[in-house]
Structure formats: C-alpha cells, structure tokens
Design a protein around this ligand. Structure first.
Ligand SMILES: Nc1ncnc2c1ncn2[C@@H]1O[C@H](COP(=O)(O)OP(=O)(O)OP(=O)(O)O)[C@@H](O)[C@H]1O
Ligand SMILES: [Mg+2]
Length: 379
C-alpha cells in the first residue's frame, strides 16, 4: 500500500486487510525494491511450505489426492477402508487417472508403510527378463547369470508390490504369479528351495481384463485372485469439478519448481481446461499446465498459453452450452463455440493463412487475431 496521506489508522487498516507493508510518499527506491523482494520471498516461502506439508503428509499416512468430486471421494473412501488389511486391490482406470498415486496411498495408509513399496511395470520389462526381475535367480541359472540376483518380490517382503499394467503379463508368468498369491512363497530361477514371503499385492490395469480373460490371454483363476477388491477410478472428463482444483495445484507445483512467482489463470483459460475431454486424464492436464507456465511470461496464464487440440476443444464445448444463468450468457457461449468452429474450419481451409482466413470469414485481420487469441485456438 502506497499513499501520500499516511496516517497511523490507514496503515493499521491496510495491514489488517492483508497489505504486506505500508509506504508513504515520498519514498526511497532502494527501500521499495527491498520490500518487493521481501514480499516475493515471503510468497515463495508460503508456497514452498504448502508443498512441503503435502509431501510430508504423503510420507506419513495421508497422501495428497486432489479432488472433491463424488467419483474421487468414493475412490478415496474405498482406499481408506481397504488399506489397513492385506486384501489384494485391483485399480482400474484409463491412463493417467492416478492408479499409481492411489496404489502408493494404499501402501502409505497401511501398517506396512515402513516397509518397501515396490512398483513393477509388467509392460515395460521385456518378457525374458520379467521372470528373473520378479523372482530373482541363482548364480548360473542361465547364460549370463554370473551372480545371484534377489527379485522384486523378495525385496518387497513385508511391504507392498504394485503390479502395474497387469494385463500385459505373459501367460506363463501369470501361472507363477498365481502360485505366489496362493502359496505366499517364491522360488528363484534356477533355485531349489522355496522362500516364504509376506506381500500385499496392488495391481493395476488400464485395459479391460475381463475381455482378456474371454480372449484367453489372461488366466481366469488369476483374475479371480486379483479381483477381490476392484476400484475403478473415473476419467477426468467425468469429474470436471476436480479440474480447477488440480489446475491450481499443478500451477503452484510448477511455479515453485521453476522458481517463479505463483501465477493466476484467466477465466477463459480455465473454461477451456474444464471443457477439454482429457484423454490422457490428470497426467495430460499436468503436462498442459507445465507447458503453460513455461510459455507464460506475465502473472496470468491465459488461453494463448494453453496448447490443446482445438477440434477436441470444440467438440466438447458443443455439449457444454450452459443450461442455466442468463440468456445473454448462453448466447455468448454459443457464439464463442460456433465462431471457434468456423475459425478453425477457415484456418484449415487456408492452411493456417490468417489473412486469407479473415477474407473468407469477412472480418478484419485484427478481429480474427483477437478472436483466435481470446478463444485459445491453436493455429
Ligand atoms: N487426484 C490427484 N491428485 C493429485 N495428483 C494426481 C491425481 N491423480 C493423478 N495425479 C497425478 O497425475 C499423474 C499421473 O498419475 P498416475 O501415474 O498415478 O496415473 P496412472 O493411472 O498410473 O497412469 P498410467 O495408466 O498411464 O500408468 C501423476 O503425476 C499423479 O501424481
Ligand atoms: Mg501408472
């Protein structure tokens, strides 16, 4: 707060209303710069503190899961209920919905949280290597096995194993996994004795396992073993209320990471995010925000900083003309959607030539540029 008419009362009021400091004119430039620096530092520390708190919380039992939609609350409730026991949990959901995040949450909320959490991506490890990755091997078990190797299952003893993309697992390995689940023991490749282990299994898949069972690429008996407590995480497009919260969370996260002051997001930009179909779910949203923060030099992220597939934006908008609020707002939204679609069409037709597109649409070049910017159309 800066004023030429400083009194004690106004100073007190300003500070009460949230001013960082109170300066009376004439002021000293160096002093002002110092204050600004201090204010920015305070803001940065506040954001850092928030994130650290989240991180601590996630280490000590209450992992940070953002969202207040019914869909996500139901998932969170199920996780709290199932976490304390040893029940096998199957997490289902599209790519990027947070399956790994929830798997970690289950582990952190369980009495095993001091023991290891071992994620295994069944799709990422080559089939020939997966068996020795999981079960380990004895020296000389096969060519190249010149030392004993302890497998992931053994490493995870008393902790939690997260079997990601379980539907991609090879049929022969599925049989071995079934045995681990039934007998709670493993055998190293090339080994002779069984080793008792105590594991909590959390599995995840973004594919329809039941279909895989029908197609005989997934063992039915294993499916029953895994499908004890299935939890389906709804796609982001079905829980739009979570989008503003997630956007804010990621803006904070990336501003902090990039050591810039925390930015705002404009209403238009947020509307675009809310209406986008997000095939890659939360991960795609996170990447989009990260890109936006890099592109945005000012204090506010706007539609122009959001690079998304324009056709998908439009298709989704059409289904989202508001059915409440004033007629004027509805008309404005409908116009925005219709114009966006027309502009994209014209730009496609002219292969991105904006000056020719403006002729086609019979508006001035300047009007077209403004609209492209306002509507967040990626040329
Ligand atoms: N509700 C949420 N709150 C906060 N962050 C989330 C939430 N859901 C997902 N994320 C974040 O989104 C990213 C993707 O989540 P995650 O890796 O758990 O997805 P996934 O379902 O395992 O995806 P895939 O099937 O592609 O492996 C992660 O960075 C995760 O932290
Ligand atoms: Mg994953």
């Amino acid at each position: 707060m800066m004023t030429a008419f400083g009194t004690i009362e106004t100073a007190v009021t300003a500070m009460k209303e949230g001013a960082f400091d109170f300066i009376t004119k004439p002021f000293d430039t160096d002093h002002l710069l110092l204050l600004i620096r201090r204010a920015l530092e305070t803001q940065r520390l506040r954001a850092a503190n928030l994130l650290l708190k989240d991180e601590l919380a996630s280490k000590f039992g209450a992992p940070k899961i953002i969202g207040k939609s019914r869909g996500i609350s139901e998932v969170a409730q199920k996780i709290q209920k199932v976490a304390p026991g040893k029940t096998t949990v199957l997490l289902l959901g599209e790519s990027g919905t947070g399956k790994e995040l929830f798997a970690r949450a289950i582990h952190n909320l369980s009495p095993r949280n001091e023991e290891p959490f071992v994620p295994i991506n069944c799709a990422a490890i080559p089939r020939e290597l997966l068996e020795s990755e999981l079960f380990g091997h004895e020296r000389g078990a096969f060519t190249g096995a010149d030392a004993r190797k302890v497998g992931k299952f053994e490493l995870a003893d008393r902790g939690t194993v997260f079997l990601d993309e379980i539907a991609e697992m090879d049929l022969s390995l599925q049989a071995k996994l079934l045995r681990v689940l039934q007998e709670e023991e493993i055998e190293r490749v090339g080994g002779v004795k069984s080793i008792k282990i105590d594991l909590r299994i959390v599995a995840a898949s973004n594919k329809d396992i039941e279909k895989a069972v029908e197609e005989k690429s997934f063992r039915e008996d294993l499916w029953y073993r895994l499908n004890v407590f299935p939890i389906t995480i709804p796609p982001l497009r079905d829980r739009k209320e979570d989008i503003p919260l997630l956007a804010e969370y990621f803006i904070n996260k990336y501003c902090l990471e990039m050591k810039t002051a925390v930015k705002d997001i404009s209403k238009e930009a947020l509307d675009i995010l809310i209406n986008y179909p997000w095939k890659g779910n939360v991960r795609e949203l996170e990447n989009c925000v990260e890109r936006g923060i890099i592109l945005c030099d000012g204090n506010t992220m706007t539609a122009e900083h959001i690079a998304l597939n324009a056709q998908a934006v439009v298709e989704n908008c059409l289904r989202n003309i508001p059915l409440e609020g004033s007629l004027e707002e509805t008309a404005k939204e409908a116009t925005r959607i219709a114009e966006t679609q027309r502009i994209i069409g014209a730009l496609k037709e002219t292969k991105g030539n904006k000056s020719r597109a403006s002729e086609l649409l019979r508006v001035s070049y300047k009007t077209l540029l403004t609209k492209i910017k306002d509507y967040g159309i990626e040329s």
